[in-house]
Design a protein around this ligand. Structure first.
Ligand code: AFP
Length: 322
C-alpha cells in the first residue's frame, strides 16, 4: 500500500526560511477551505454574480469576493506577511507589519467556469517585503525573478496544490481528511508536444505570427509541421497550465487588436509571473511572445497585464519561429 507524505512533512524538509514556510502553509490551508466552498456551489450560496465590478472592470462573481476575503483575512493574520495584493482589490492591503513577505493572488481564476461546474483555481505569488518600513505598491513591482515561492490550487476532478519554493515543482492531492498529500514529487514539462491551448474565437484579432503558428498546427500532417495537433481550452489558466505540467503542451493568450494598448488579457503579478516560475522550474519556457521571458517583465502597476506563450520548450521555440 503506497503511503503519501503529508504536506507538513514535505514543507518541514525544505531549505527555506521558517517565516516563508508559515506563509506557504497559510496559503495551502486556506486553499483547503476554498475548495470546500467551491465544491458546495449553490449549497453555499457561492454561485452567481456579486453585483459588483472589480478594478479590471469585470463583473465579480460571488465566489470571487468570498475567496478574496478568505485569503486576505487569512494572510493579514499571518505574522510574516507585510501586505497582500489581489486581482479583486484595487490597492494593496498592508497588514501593519514590516519585513517578511508580500503575497499577490488571483483568489479564483476561471470565474466564468464557476456556474457551469468547470475547473477553477487559486494562484499565488510570494515576494520579499522591504525591511524596516511599511510596504508600498512599488515594492510589488520588482519582477517575477524575485519571487521566493509561487503556486496554485486547482479545484477539478481532484483538488491539487502545485508549488515551487526553491528549485523544482511539487504537487499535492487533497485527501478525504482535508490534508494535502505528496503525490507529484518532481513535475517536469515534456520538451515536445502536439497540443495547444488558445481561445480560437479570437483568431481574427491576433497578430500575424500567432495566426501563422496556429494555422501551421491546424494544417496537421500535410502542413509545414508534418504532424497533427490537438487543441484544449478550459478558460481557466490554472487548469490549462496544470495540464501542461502533467503532460506537456503550449498555452497562448496573445496580444490582440481589440485593445491595442493592452499587452494581453492575463495579469502579470498574480497570473503570468507565478505560472512562469512554475513552468521554467519544471523545464518549460514561459514568454510573452515566444521569446521574451515573462519573468524578465518588470511591472509598472499592480494590475499590469501581459501576453502569454508558455509550455513545452521546443514548442515555445516554434511559436517564436512562426
Ligand atoms: P476569468 O477569471 O474572468 O474567468 O478569466 C480567466 C482568465 O483570466 C484565465 O484564467 C483564462 O485562461 C482566460 O481568462 C480565459 O479567457 P477567455 O474567456 O477570453 O477565453
Amino acid at each position: 500500500m503506497t503511503t503519501f507524505a503529508p504536506f507538513s512533512d514535505w514543507l518541514a524538509g525544505q531549505e527555506a526560511p521558517e517565516a516563508l514556510k508559515t506563509v506557504v502553509a497559510a496559503v495551502a490551508e486556506e486553499c483547503v477551505a476554498i475548495s470546500r466552498v467551491v465544491s458546495l456551489g449553490a449549497l453555499a450560496g457561492a454561485l452567481g454574480v456579486a453585483g459588483s465590478v472589480n478594478v479590471q472592470d469585470e463583473e465579480q462573481k460571488k465566489l470571487d469576493v468570498m475567496t478574496n476575503d478568505m485569503l486576505t483575512d487569512r494572510l493579514k493574520g499571518c505574522a510574516a506577511v507585510a501586505a497582500v495584493g489581489s486581482e479583486e482589490m484595487d490597492l494593496i492591503e498592508p497588514t501593519g507589519r514590516q519585513g517578511g513577505y508580500l503575497v499577490t493572488f488571483d483568489p479564483l481564476d476561471g470565474s466564468s467556469n464557476i456556474d457551469i461546474n468547470a475547473p477553477v483555481g487559486t494562484i499565488f505569488s510570494i515576494l520579499p517585503a522591504p525591511e524596516g518600513r511599511a510596504p508600498a505598491e512599488a515594492d510589488f513591482l520588482i519582477g517575477g525573478r524575485h519571487q521566493v515561492s509561487a503556486g496554485y490550487a486547482v479545484y477539478g476532478a481532484q483538488t491539487m496544490l502545485v508549488l515551487t519554493i526553491n528549485e523544482g515543482v511539487t504537487g499535492f492531492t487533497l485527501d478525504d481528511q482535508g490534508q494535502w498529500r505528496l503525490t507529484h514529487p518532481d513535475i517536469r514539462v515534456p520538451a515536445d508536444t502536439k497540443e495547444f491551448a488558445i481561445n480560437m474565437s479570437n483568431r481574427r484579432h491576433w497578430a500575424e505570427p500567432v495566426r501563422r503558428y496556429i494555422d501551421a498546427a491546424l494544417a496537421g500532417k500535410t502542413g509545414p509541421r508534418a504532424k497533427d495537433f490537438n487543441m484544449r481550452w478550459v478558460a481557466a489558466m490554472v487548469a490549462d497550465v496544470h495540464r501542461i505540467l502533467m503532460r506537456g503542451g503550449v498555452f497562448l493568450y496573445p496580444w490582440d487588436q481589440r485593445e491595442p494598448d493592452r499587452p494581453g488579457k492575463l495579469r502579470l503579478l498574480y497570473e503570468g509571473a507565478p505560472m512562469a516560475l512554475l513552468i521554467e522550474r519544471a523545464g518549460g519556457k514561459a514568454t510573452t511572445d515566444g521569446t521574451q521571458p515573462i519573468l524578465d517583465v518588470v511591472p509598472t502597476r499592480l494590475h499590469d497585464r501581459v501576453a502569454v506563450a508558455l509550455g513545452s520548450a521546443n514548442e515555445v521555440d516554434a511559436i517564436a519561429a512562426a
